[in-house]
Design a protein around this ligand. Structure first.
Ligand code: HMG
Ligand code: MG
Length: 304
């Protein structure tokens, strides 16, 4: 299959990235990060989640964050919601899109949502119905699609089965998520090929964490089998608090550099993303976890 001319990149740093930070990040910093990303050209930013603050304290300020951002026309702002309580909060915050997040592994579903996969799907059914009623788009996530921190191996069949259940709820797009970053290219391709029997490939998305350094390779492998939407995180922020040892998503800057080299259009200003990454990294007191961002910064310092 030839590579696409254009891909969609969903920036998930403000949610998937920041949720994992231990220090409380001020609302103003979260707002500034989202505003900077909004101006960089993303068509979709996963900005917040409306989950139990006991489970994920960092996301407790999501309503304030959404009330404070400067919404950019044409940008879809998304929020994760695990149940109707979360949906109501998302509606009040005027989210454009809600994301229900299931898992391909029973063990992870219990740790992340405190219920079985079947119970989670039943809860999502109400959320899906309400989202449609309110004209919001609906995304579905399949966590641990390539491996689980508690259960180990996860078969492509298990991931495809959750894809089918999310499809039946009416999800507009569905991602296969490598929560702990263990996937490698052939495994990723096999899982997408199986998932594509359940749901149109053009609406499947890759969500790769970079724990084992496979993020960019997995993006490329997905491109080869026809996937054209990816989730990435500015400065490689993040991880999941319920998957110990998992590091951030593949860095947005690294994926944009890859796409630039392949001549694939993204509509996103790489330099603006590098600067947004430096902004948040400075606040967190560390260097961006993006090879491309650090290379650009070093080059700029040399020529200054
Ligand atoms: P529970 O304890 O079984 O449920 O949690 P509960 O109904 O007993 O609620 C517990 C408390 O939370 C109650 O408060 C509820 O009112 C409150 P209390 O009465 O004790 O004071 N509560 C809420 N508060 C705010 N918003 C809500 C909400 N719901 C209940 N929506 C629950 C069940 C699903 C709530 C919990 O397990 C939860 O919030 N889980 C979310 C976990 C999470 O956010 N994980 C990270 C995101 S997933 C991820 O990162 C992976 C992904 O990136 C893909 C990948 O890489 O794999 C998507
Ligand atoms: Mg994730």
């Amino acid at each position: 299959m030839s590579l696409p001319q254009k891909v969609k990149i969903i920036e998930v740093g403000p949610r998937d990235g920041l949720q994992n930070e231990r220090q409380t990040i001020p609302v103003a910093i979260k707002i500034e990060l989202i505003n900077r990303l909004s101006q960089a050209g993303f068509s979709n930013i996963e900005a917040v989640s409306f989950v139990s603050p006991k489970w994920v304290p960092q996301m407790a300020t999501s309503s304030e964050v959404m009330a404070g951002i400067a919404r950019q026309p044409g940008v879809t702002y998304s929020a994760l919601v695990p149940n109707m309580r979360g949906f109501e909060a998302a509606l009040a915050a005027r989210m454009d899109e809600v994301v229900v997040f299931g898992a391909a592994s029973e063990a992870f579903s219990q740790r992340n949502l405190n219920c079985s996969i079947a119970e989670s799907i039943a809860r999502f059914a109400d959320v899906a119905k309400a989202a449609k009623q309110h004209g919001m788009t609906l995304r579905g996530a399949v966590s641990c699609a390539f491996g689980c921190p508690y259960q180990g191996e996860v078969s492509p069949q298990a991931a495809a089965s959750v894809v089918a259940q999310l499809r039946d709820l009416g999800c507009d797009e569905i991602d296969l998520a490598d929560t702990i970053g263990v996937g490698t290219p052939k495994k990723v391709q096999a899982a997408f090929e199986l998932a594509a029997r359940e749901f149109p490939l053009e609406r499947l998305m890759g969500h790769f964490h970079d724990t084992y350094g496979q993020g960019v390779a997995n993006v490329y492998a997905s491109l080869e089998v026809g996937v054209t939407t990816f989730h990435t995180s500015v400065a490689g922020l993040g991880g999941c608090p319920f998957a110990k040892g998992a590091t951030g998503n593949v860095a947005t800057e690294d994926v944009l550099y890859l796409m630039q080299g392949l001549g694939i259009e993204t509509g996103i200003d790489l330099q603006a993303v590098v600067e947004a990454g430096l902004f948040i990294s400075q606040h967190l007191g560390r260097k961006p976890a993006s090879r491309a961002a650090n290379a650009f910064t070093a080059r700029a310092q040399q020529t200054a």
